[in-house]
Design a protein. Structure first.
Length: 153
């Protein structure tokens, strides 16, 4: 799973040596942060990483608090503004606070505490759109497929 700031056309080169491993608290194996000039950092979570296979499901927090995985220095953003997490086979976005500008999918403001399922290419904003504080989420093929052993199909 990858979060790309809107305006960043493609993911940064992972081999350039400027990625920060295990940002936020608690530090999570398989997570990296890359600073950009767009106001938001790029974030990557490597599902299936050797050290993440037996861990509890990953929950990414975005906010102004010092322990957020993605820390945003903007007074309009809540300390714990939102969370991106995996539950079962899907990835979800959940607003954690109604502080400031809220959390937006397109022109729809998300209610705190109500998870919304994400798909690759979804754009969400940390303030009312249009704003530079927006992410596009991307999934690797491994994030979006599974084998259904229950179905006859």
């Amino acid at each position: 799973m990858r979060l790309l700031p809107v305006g960043l056309e493609r993911s940064s080169d992972f081999e350039d040596g400027t990625w920060i491993e295990k940002p936020g608290f608690p530090p999570s194996d398989g997570t990296w942060l890359h600073l950009t000039l767009l106001g938001l950092p790029e974030f990557e979570f490597e599902e299936g990483h050797d050290k993440t296979r037996n861990e509890p499901p990953f929950r990414l927090t975005i906010g102004t608090h010092e322990d957020a995985h993605v820390r945003v220095d903007d007074p309009r953003i809540a300390r714990r503004h939102c969370m991106v997490f995996k539950e079962g086979k899907g990835w979800y976005l959940e607003a954690l606070s109604s502080h400031g500008g809220g959390l937006w999918l397109g022109d729809h403001r998300l209610e705190p505490g109500v998870p919304t399922r994400l798909c690759s290419g979804t754009v969400f904003s940390l303030l009312p759109p249009p704003t530079q504080l927006a992410y596009r989420i991307e999934f690797d093929d491994a994030d979006s497929w599974y084998v259904d052993l229950q179905s006859d199909k």
